[in-house]
Design a protein around this ligand. Sequence first.
Ligand SMILES: [Zn+2]
Length: 114
Amino acid sequence: MKRRIDAMTTANPPSCARCGGEALLWVRVPHGWPNAGGATVQGRTGVVLCATCDVDAPGAAALITWFHVHGQVEEEDSEEFVRLLVAWAEQVSVPPLDEQRLETEIDMWRRGNL
Ligand SMILES: [Zn+2]
């Protein structure tokens, strides 16, 4: 299944939830799961790339190295960057826990707590 990936390379990426350090970038990846009726529910979940925590993640090392070399994304680098980004993002695993959290957030939102 091909996933569409939105890359968020803002000047202020969110900090890494695991180590509290500054994340290199933030992507939002589609996240689908079958609901009770068997239909696929589509959602999106945010994933950060952390130079410390994601060193061993599949596809992440090349992307982290790219940031070490280039520092930031420039127009002329974008082709290689996107290739590395996609290679990493396609292998990003979305923990099943996120589904639960998403539903909790929806519940909170419905109750007006968000
Ligand atoms: Zn981290």
